[in-house]
Write a protein of this length. Sequence first.
Lengths: 380, 355
Amino acid sequence: MTETAVPQSSQRFVHHGRAGELLAISLVNLLFKVLTLGVYHFWAKTRVRRYVWSQTSFAGERFEYTGQGRELLLGLLRALVWFVAPLVMLGAPVIIFAFLGTRENPPEFLEKFSMVVVFIPLLLVLAGYPYYLFLLGLARYGARRYRLGRTRWRGIRFALAGSAVSHGKKMLGYSILTAITFGIYFPYMRHHLTENLLNHTWFGDQRLSYGGRGGDLVGRYWGFVGLTIAFGIPWGFFVEPVLSGVVEELNRPGQGPPAIVIWLVTTAIGLLSYVPFAVAWLWFRAGELRYYIHQSSLANVRFTADFRTTHFIWLWISNAALVLVTLGLAYSWAAVRTARFFSDHLHLRGELDFSAIGQSPEEVLKAGEGLAEALDLGSI
Amino acid sequence: MQFDAYYTDGHSAERRRVRVLLATQSLRISASGGQPLGEWPYAGLRLMEEVYRDQPVRLQHPSRGEATLTFDSAAILDAVRSQAGVRLRGASLLRSPLAVALLSAVALAAVVAGIVLALPRLVEPLTGLVPERWEQALGEKVAAHLAQDHPFCEQAAGMAALEALTARLMAGVETPYPFRVRVSSRPGVNAFAAPGGQIVILKDLLATAQTPEAVAGVLAHEIAHGLERHPLKGLLRAVGVQLLFNALIGDVTALDDFVERFAQILLISSYSRADELAADRIAIDLLNQAGVRGDGLVAFFQYMEAKQAGASKVPQLLSTHPLTRERIELVESLAKAQGSAMSPGEWAALRAICG
């Protein structure tokens, strides 16, 4: 791990949030969601974000979230076009032909147009997954653009320039490369996508600059693959058979503990058995994230992160356990812990000249991050 | 009245220390040197976010673009209120820990009350709104899912015996949809009704039952659940709980594989006390009308109770098959008929339905 300079006390991140306050917000949100049959979701999300943003400060000034629930709802509605349009384009001919076919002389008609009737559904299935990958890239970019565009610090807006469609295309192209190289390209894909996001990120009139290289992540990636195999072989041969034996024994009808206990025990066993794999991924993710941060700079200032991999892994595993055990009630505690973790471990090396940073030239955005909402990409 | 504050002008990230004077119509902002930086009218003054304990107060004004005033304490809010009579939105919220705790408790209580009180009351009217054809289609899906890894048994003689018994039990009964009774090769001593009149008996129940009357009793009980649309009610309840759970976790879009999971739930879940007893009453009516004795069912209940008592020390209310004692007494007091359920030949054929 690289040695970090002692951060200047004036320019550091601090998270002031309290789990109790966020819990109060979530419970009120929950009440409204129940009353509105879930529609309040967008306003609830906005409220939570406003709290988390305004409780995080840098250099003594808190961040500001200016997004609105209405924008998220509109964004989702707008994003539905991406789902409905291809279905209509490809599905409509099928429906029309099927309809005409039943009205006219069915066998001859279907024979004449059988290519259409068979080919189009086939195309839908074959194109579906690549299209999903494209949408995933598009959604991530759009969501980040919205979040950054709605974030201010000292009245200065953040922004994500560039094109979401191009990010979607990149996501698709790199995924294909990763697939045909049997995963060798994976770390390069991660690097390229991050590069595209970070190098288009602006604070006011200053652009963030990321100078990483995909090759630097290769070692970490194969370490992750090795860990997965190291966990997977004993898991497949010993742990899994024992676990499924226990589950089967519990499920033997006509005796044993009540259904709810069986369900809890089997679910807990199922989740616990995946912990090693989560650890392997988090081990990769910690190194990757630290690398991205170390390779980023704004104006004359470099970013550093001084969290340990073990602490990072513990953060996520313990958060997941907290949320599961309390059936979601501890979500706010987990969110505050995460915010505090990153505030404590993210530092700037060098002194920012604030008077040299002007307002963002980017236009203020209109609609929300709808597509990410539609694809259910979970984030605060 | 004067306050110290920070001022950012919305054009640069530089922050200045300023003095803010509360004049009659506006906030007057001046730099520490004394030169004026602007006036913000009280009308239109906006709080940037809800203010919690120990949080700086930040103000903006729509006519001043992205300029921001930051005050260290919430005292400014009270001053603005007494000076200009302006109450800023979000100002009075949650500044004390007690208010936070109180609000949490009230919200949680309201949600729990909603689940406990409103959900069961909603289920009954909602059940009436679901068209029978939907329920039938759903039941077929659930049955098809169950048949995926354990197909239904179809030996012809056994099927004939089962159909004859079903027809006898249901003679003259009006049904919202045609009932379909089948034996599944899935292991387990159990029987259940899926929505839409789909009734499934697991094969081990046929082997465990001592008499055809016991099977007839269980069958009548499941038919009664179907007549009362209990499976659909259970499904609606489960969907309701799922929706609330999703709202809690923060995800409203995850009902995809619900039918699949519902099939699993049916295998292990139980109905409410009231529903079980109601089904028992109707089952006894069906048995009495068909002229089938109730003692087979009693014997079967006793067998299950003995088995359960040996296996666990869990209180009755928590277990999967509760209130056996009460149910036995009910059957014994109401069952009148004395006839048998089927001939020895039919009984042998039914037990061999899975080959």
